[in-house]
Design a protein around this ligand. Structure first.
Ligand SMILES: Cc1cc2nc3c(=O)[nH]c(=O)nc-3n(C[C@H](O)[C@H](O)[C@H](O)COP(=O)(O)OP(=O)(O)OC[C@H]3O[C@@H](n4cnc5c(N)ncnc54)[C@H](O)[C@@H]3O)c2cc1C
Length: 423
């Protein structure tokens, strides 16, 4: 079969790499580079040009089994990651730092604060409750419902729970509180945030995301077409027609969409009702990441800096600014820390290096139900869909969705061959 793959993010590239063994594959990527949200940027700092990951940053060997084994297969070198967290609140004046819940509990600087004790107590209760609820698939039940059912203190919610989830998901406080409970637990579990013991298995990739993207792409380089923006996809009973911005259309036997769900839907010239309903259930929100060297976003005492730093800047609006310490995560030794901050307007202009625009999927009740209806559209009308949005939005989800597509293409192709032979 001739298979077109739209989008050269991790999901599209993994699908292409697997399918090219049996099919004629062409990957079309709108941008001038492959990788999508796995991106290593070249940043000028003084006289130095520093490669730094400004999208994908970290993975866990146990919790990312498919992605981890892909890196091993590719022979990509990884290093243990420092997964320390710092939570700093101006009002009440609290600071926790550590790599485990136990560390966080021990590290408070204000032992006289009632908020500190309330946070401690509820942290332990939450970890215990979450264990019992982790199997619950009740999508109607939001994190906010769970908070009021178990009567967790506002201090715990605002000083720990919301900052943690905001950091890993880049969601707002309101979005987090409305998360269906299974999503919230999946996030916290995936990131080991309910673990009392030392977190293990967290790694970063030496050389950054481009180290594995280049190895992944190498065997299919001849079939990857950059600067090829697809504008429409028309499906006929016996073929699929891919239309481009400034190029002649091309005909294929099947198409795999490795774009975001909303982009996939907008490309389909004649979406079916299930495609509209299921792909339309995924909403995306723009997030701006600010790359900078402004230490003011971190605690004054450098020994308290974490890899993930949460700062509750305004008790009134309960805004959570979170800052990835990219120097630590990327293993860089630089005169000034290289930081990527979300949700903070207060980065001083003289320290600002670059801004990045991201589109992040909103994980809510609708998207949760849509994920469970994937089989209604995947493989229908010669069209397949992969991408991190079929899971929690991480690399493991993207790779898993690509493997699911590859299996389905194989099955469908075997069926087609059997039907043709039977005629
Ligand atoms: C700041 C940040 C930090 C992150 N940190 C982590 C982390 O530490 N660990 C982790 O596992 N995940 C992390 N993620 C999430 C991770 O980056 C995603 O899980 C993953 O990269 C998504 O891959 P994808 O293939 O689904 O989509 P994408 O990477 O978004 O790829 C989609 C591709 O489709 C292309 N495209 C879109 N429309 C068209 C068109 N019309 N024609 C042709 N091409 C098109 C796009 O240009 C893009 O290249 C992070 C994300 C961000 C933003």
């Amino acid at each position: 079969m001739r298979v077109a793959i739209i989008g050269a993010g991790i999901s599209g590239i993994v699908a292409a790499r697997e399918l090219c063994a049996e099919h004629e594959v062409a990957v079309f990527e709108a941008a001038s580079r492959v990788g999508g949200d796995a991106r290593t940027s070249e940043i000028q700092i003084g006289n130095q040009v520093v490669p730094v990951d400004t999208g994908f940053l970290i993975f866990n060997e146990c919790r990312y089994p498919r992605f981890g084994s892909l890196l091993r297969e590719l022979g990509v070198a990884t290093r243990d990651a420092d997964v320390s967290l710092t939570i700093q609140s101006d009002k009440p004046n609290l600071l926790f730092r550590g790599t485990t819940l136990r560390d966080l509990l021990r590290s408070g600087r204000n032992f006289t604060s009632p908020a500190f004790y309330a946070t401690f107590r509820d942290l332990l209760r939450f970890a215990r409750h979450a264990k019992h609820f982790s199997a619950v698939e009740n999508v109607e039940f939001s994190l906010e419902d769970f908070i009021s059912l178990k009567r967790y203190s506002p201090a715990f919610v605002d000083l720990y729970l919301v900052p943690m989830l905001a950091g890993v998901s880049q969601m707002t406080r309101e979005e987090i509180l409305q998360l269906p409970l299974p999503y919230a637990f999946a996030f916290l579990n995936t990131h080991g945030l309910l673990q009392l013991t030392e977190p293990t298995g967290w790694k970063t990739v030496i050389g950054g995301a481009r180290a594995y993207m280049s190895k992944l792409t190498a065997p299919i380089e001849g079939f990857v077409h950059r600067n090829h923006c697809v504008v429409a996809i028309s499906r006929a009973p016996d073929h699929v027609l891919i239309k481009f911005q400034d190029r002649p259309s091309q005909r294929f036997d099947a198409v795999v969409l490795g774009t975001h769900a909303d982009q996939a839907l907008s490309l389909l010239a004649d979406p079916t009702r299930p495609e509209r309903r299921i792909l339309g259930a995924f909403q995306y929100r723009a997030r701006v990441g600010v790359l900078h060297t402004d230490r003011a976003l971190l605690p004054t005492d450098a020994s308290l800096w974490g890899s993930w730093n949460y700062r509750l800047t305004d008790a009134g609006t309960r805004t959570v600014a979170f800052t990835y310490n990219l120097s630590r995560l990327n293993g860089l030794t630089l005169p000034e820390p290289l930081l990527l901050t979300f949700n903070s307007p207060s980065v001083s202009p003289e320290h600002l290096l670059q801004t990045f625009d991201y589109q992040r999927v909103v994980l809510d009740r609708r998207s949760y139900l849509a994920q469970r209806s994937r089989s209604q559209i995947n493989g229908v009308r010669r069209t397949y869909f992969c991408g991190a949005y079929w899971g929690n939005g991480f690399h493991e989800d993207a790779v898993a969705s690509a493997h699911a597509v590859v299996d389905l293409v194989r099955q469908d192709n075997a069926l087609r061959i059997a039907e043709t032979c039977g005629k």
